[in-house]
Design a protein around this ligand. Structure first.
Ligand SMILES: Cc1cc2nc3c(=O)[nH]c(=O)nc-3n(C[C@H](O)[C@H](O)[C@H](O)COP(=O)(O)OP(=O)(O)OC[C@H]3O[C@@H](n4cnc5c(N)ncnc54)[C@H](O)[C@@H]3O)c2cc1C
Ligand code: SF4
Length: 338
């Protein structure tokens, strides 16, 4: 049985109090939201914070407000997020992504903020201590070498959050609060392309809110490749959103790939602008996305095949946004009705 290491537990009731604890404790403390990622990681000795700062008593992190867009508290569980009124109609890509994270029980515990700050993953890392010790560890934790690419100076562990590609495609920003103040950044700017230092969040900052612009004129979607339809981390995620004129001409578009890099990978969409979503236009951007994706041999399934299907998944996403009936394909691939 894997046991948790010893730690102190703090349970602040406000964001301000949590920020003060983080400032006082320094890098020895970590935030605990649902714990569905952090606690297993602690059992495997990936992270061993001396203090855990529990966020579940902070009501302000559960707030949802509508105004000039939608503000979502980072402490909402994914189940609570899916119950937000109008989410499925107005921000469908986010709802589709959240509904495919893990299992219903894990979505009851796991939060949106925890999903955005999820640790990167790798076959050589997501193992217990003894397994990792047997290969003399790796660069991400306790070792020197990257077993995926031994000449690499950078850890290539994979960004495996489902909601980040969907939210970046929706133009999301996030609010980060520390004892020193607050700042807002585009969600895309929260991530580094580095499997170890994967977040630009400072250790004393709390992600408090996710801010979504009004969806006027936009449609969004999320497609996920995984081995099992019941639950599995993404082997590929495609978050896409388009804003079209009345005649179907694309005015703006965003396309983001998950699980093929150490950060959500934003694909340039210039080739779509001013055009209709024809089969040719979709095939062209699909090929661009496929060439940019760099899946590594550190997760499930063959990496050449995972790269090859990027164009197919981009195609599913854009055809759905064009208005094609993709119901049967979605049901087959995602076990999702819409
Ligand atoms: C079997 C299994 C299957 C899974 N499948 C998926 C999947 O398919 N897709 C997927 O995306 N995830 C998956 N997960 C991972 C996880 O369950 C979800 O990502 C979940 O949303 C994480 O949220 P949490 O609240 O539990 O995070 P926690 O475990 O509490 O925290 C995760 C990380 O985020 C940090 N953190 C949490 N909240 C904040 C905050 N407000 N500000 C700053 N930092 C914060 C923590 O310090 C920690 O580093 C799976 C997990 C398991 C165990
Ligand atoms: S990519 Fe390399 S350094 Fe990073 S976790 Fe995997 S083996 Fe370790």
């Amino acid at each position: 049985m894997m046991r948790l290491p010893w730690f102190d537990y703090r349970a602040p009731k406000s964001i301000e109090e949590a920020a003060k604890i983080l400032a006082w404790e320094g890098t020895g403390a970590m935030l605990l939201a649902g714990g569905t990622d952090l606690l297993p990681n602690m059992k495997r000795r990936h992270q061993m914070p001396g203090t855990l700062v529990g966020l579940r008593n902070i009501e302000d992190l559960k707030r949802v407000s509508n105004g000039n867009g939608l503000r979502l508290g980072a402490g909402l569980t994914l189940t609570e997020l899916l119950a937000v009124r109008g989410l499925r109609d107005r921000y469908r890509g986010l709802a589709q992504a959240a509904a495919q994270v893990a299992t219903p029980l894990l979505r009851n515990m796991g939060t949106l903020g925890g999903n955005l700050c999820l640790d990167t993953r790798c076959t050589y890392y997501n193992q217990n201590y003894e397994w990792r010790q047997a290969i003399n560890f790796c660069m991400k934790k306790d070792g020197d070498v990257c077993w995926v690419a031994t000449a690499s100076r950078r850890c290539l562990a994979v960004s495996s959050t489902d909601t980040a590609p969907a939210l970046i495609a929706l133009g999301a920003r996030v609010k980060l609060v520390s004892a020193a103040g607050a700042r807002e950044v585009a969600l895309d700017d929260l991530y580094n392309n580095d499997g170890i230092d994967y977040l630009k969040r400072k250790p004393d900052e709390i992600l408090t809110e996710i801010l979504l612009p009004k969806p006027a004129g936009w449609k969004s979607t999320y497609w996920k490749l995984r081995r099992r339809g019941s639950f599995d981390f993404p082997l590929l995620g495609v978050g896409a959103a388009v804003k079209t004129a009345g005649d179907g001409t694309v005015e703006e578009a965003r396309l983001v790939l998950g699980a093929v890099s150490s950060h959500p990978l934003v694909i340039k969409t210039d080739s779509l602008l001013g055009k209709k979503l024809t089969d040719d236009a979709i095939a062209e951007i699909g090929e661009t996305a496929e060439s940019r994706a760099k899946p590594m041999d550190n997760t499930d399934m063959d990496l050449r095949w995972r790269k090859h299907v990027v164009a197919d998944f981009v195609g599913y996403a854009l055809r759905e946004l064009r208005g094609d009936d993709m119901g049967a394909t979605r049901l087959r691939i995602a076990k999702q009705l819409v």
